[in-house]
Design a protein around this ligand. Structure first.
Ligand code: PXP
Length: 237
């Protein structure tokens, strides 16, 4: 059975809407851990649209599970990772205009850069995961580049879930996981996973951790809204 990494970026997105202090991702991480999260994931984006540098520093010092820092393979992010030393770094592609991470890293085309980028992080004891599409050449190059983990982008699977294409996409995830394991990689997955489509992925043999953000925060709003309104109403009346 897979473990759960909760991505709390959306908590910071709400905070940044007012550039204030609430809701605090550090409080959110504490609640996620209390509920059983096995890891906390944050994406420090180049444009700092949600998570801020300070959040990463405080989370590193306060969480009791593992901090997984998602970041682009840039000099700025490498410097921050080497200073903060999260438990793991997941390298993701980043485009300024995208709403979220739109596809996997192209490890084949960026092989030399990634190999050089990864080495000092691994030497400093940080576990490296590459966020890739479930494709054989990307898996192979991830291993050669020095990553210990890969994270499969499950966006396509989520998109075709409950359509005739679901089976083929799921089988691809399954065979890609088996292949990655056979060459000595460890495997995580994430993106677009929700309460309907997560179970088959969690049951794939050798699937270690699922990183989930959007659907958990969306559900949190829905299960928490009633109480929030009741509390405000009782103060006012
Ligand atoms: N894994 C990675 C590498 C991501 O970039 C994201 C989205 O930020 C996720 C997992 C979580 O995706 P979602 O928010 O759709 O659950």
């Amino acid at each position: 059975m897979a473990t759960l990494g909760v991505n709390i970026d959306h908590i910071a997105t709400i905070r940044q809407a007012r550039l204030g202090v609430e809701p605090d991702p550090v409080d959110a991480a504490f609640i996620c851990e209390r509920a059983g999260a096995d890891a906390i994931t944050v994406h420090l984006r180049e444009d700092r649209r949600h998570i801020q540098d300070r959040d990463v520093r405080i989370l590193k010092d306060t969480i009791k599970t593992r901090l997984n820092l998602e970041m682009a393979a840039t000099d700025e992010m490498q410097k921050i990772a080497l200073e903060i030393k999260p438990y793991s770094c997941t390298l993701v592609p980043e485009k300024r205009q995208e709403l979220t991470t739109e596809g996997g890293l192209d490890v084949v085309s960026n092989f030399e850069h990634l190999k050089k980028f990864i080495a000092p992080l691994v030497e400093n004891g940080i576990i490296i995961s590459l966020f890739i599409d479930p494709k054989k050449d990307q898996i192979q190059k991830s291993k050669e580049a020095g990553a210990q983990f890969i994270e499969f982008h499950t966006g396509k699977y989520a998109e075709v879930f409950n359509t005739p294409l679901e089976k083929e996409e799921f089988e691809n995830l399954k065979s890609s996981t088996a292949y990655a394991h056979s060459i000595g990689l460890r495997i995580n997955a994430g993106h677009g996973l929700n309460y309907n489509n997560v179970m088959p992925v969690a049951q794939i043999e050798h699937m270690e951790e699922l990183n989930i953000g959007h659907s958990i925060v969306s559900k949190a709003v829905m299960v928490g809204l009633e109480q929030a309104v009741r509390d405000m109403k009782s103060l006012i009346s």
